[in-house]
Write a new protein. Structure first.
Length: 92
């Protein structure tokens, strides 16, 4: 399966299919740029499922292969979301 086909599955919210497809790409190995995109897309699939830990792990894998890729922004965004809290909720 190609990266474009995986993107299409992701746009259709078929996250389990995306994860399976990326697993096959990763086990086959190959080009660093393709692997970086694959990890990023798998991270997005896990994010769709609400599994932020797995999403972040995949973004980190992608960032190791392509430090300036989109995974860096996605990783920072999840960190900001997880670190956010409303000060007013803790100060009645």
């Amino acid at each position: 399966m190609t990266i474009e086909e995986i993107k299409e599955l992701l746009s259709q919210s078929k996250s389990n299919d995306v994860i399976t497809a990326v697993d096959q790409i990763v086990s086959a190995g190959g080009d660093k740029a393709v692997l970086a995109q694959a990890y990023y897309l798998r991270g997005n699939a896990y994010r769709q499922q609400g599994d932020m830990r797995q999403a972040m792990n995949n973004y980190l894998e992608s960032m190791e292969l392509e430090p300036d890729g989109p995974a860096a922004h996605a990783y920072r965004t999840i960190q900001e979301i997880l670190n956010f809290y409303d000060h007013d909720l803790y100060n009645p």
